[in-house]
Ligand binder design. Structure first.
Ligand code: DGL
Length: 283
């Protein structure tokens, strides 16, 4: 049985999940966090459902081995690929996942035309088909995968000419067809909302589901009696399968704070724990 002081586990293919973590941190500052950035495999979007499911299952196992009391799948692609399986494989653990926010978009659109920006894996998944079927009737939904955008955000290019070009290519045709709402269906994309807002203008609503995900996490912790009641801020530990220095350099700008970052190595489809002779320490 997990304790209230145990950390929340959260993962993404890279820095995208930090857009969810910053909301979690605002709402649940006492919670300790283990954040896994699978930058050795980023981007997940073009990889397809099965490969991303395998990664997600192993990362979850890793986070649980470090004592995580709940897992936030802070990645739309991983949620599309793995959420259902994760709930079956780890039936005693609560999971919070991401799904493109078709429901709030469909409820608030006046023109009846909404845009969804997400990666190919997310668009391929049953989760997306299900939200479109349940909430998208009577609404025209325009999709774009913004090829290359995740890679540029990983490099910290939040406002470069290349980033602008990808977003203009995705958004201009949507604007011409009358969108008044655009949904961030990838957790990397909220970091370019300032640029998106410049392109679409003030009349178009931009929906980032991260605050709703943070609220859902709080609800689940409360219903399981697992919320951390300590008055002090929780400790955040980060793990990357990419380059530690690069991930660490991104933290202050994207999250507004920093923390210890450790290297993780994949060996095939298994996570190797910090090289020979060492093992992960429980925070
Ligand atoms: N941030 C992720 C998502 O929400 C994955 C992006 C990627 O690695 O392609 O879908």
């Amino acid at each position: 049985m997990a304790s209230n002081n145990a950390p929340i586990g959260i993962f993404d293919s890279g820095v995208g999940g930090l857009s969810v973590l910053r909301e979690l941190r605002g709402l649940l500052p006492s919670e300790s966090v283990l954040y896994f950035a699978d930058q050795g495999h980023v981007p997940y979007g073009p990889r397809g459902l099965e490969e991303v499911r395998v990664f997600s299952e192993e990362i979850t196992r890793f986070l649980l081995s470090l004592g995580a009391k709940l897992i936030v799948v802070a990645c739309n692609a991983a949620s599309a690929a793995a959420l259902r399986t994760l709930r079956v494989v780890f039936p005693t653990i609560s999971f919070v996942g991401m799904e493109p926010a078709v429901k709030p978009a469909a409820e608030s659109t006046h023109t009846g035309v909404v845009g969804i920006l997400a990666t190919p894996t997310t668009f391929q998944g049953a989760l997306y088909a299900s939200v479109v079927e349940r909430f998208g009737s009577g609404v025209t939904i325009l999709q774009d995968t913004c090829p290359g955008l995740v890679g540029l955000i990983e490099k910290g290019e939040l406002d470069s000419p290349g980033t602008r070009k990808i977003l203009e290519k995705a958004l201009q045709p949507m604007l011409e067809r009358g969108i008044d709402t655009v949904v961030m269906g990838c957790t990397h994309y909220p970091f370019v909302i300032p640029l998106i807002s410049q392109i679409v203008g003030p009349e178009v609503r931009v929906i980032d589901p991260a605050p709703a995900v943070a609220r859902q996490t709080a609800r689940l912790l409360d219903s399981a009696g697992l919320r951390n009641m300590n008055p002090t801020p929780g400790v955040m530990r980060f793990f990357t399968s990419g380059v530690v220095a690069e991930f660490k350099a991104q933290l202050p700008g994207l999250l507004g704070e920093s923390g210890e970052v450790q290297q993780i190595n994949w060996k095939g489809n298994r996570i190797g724990y910090f090289g020979a002779g060492s093992s992960p320490s429980v925070p």
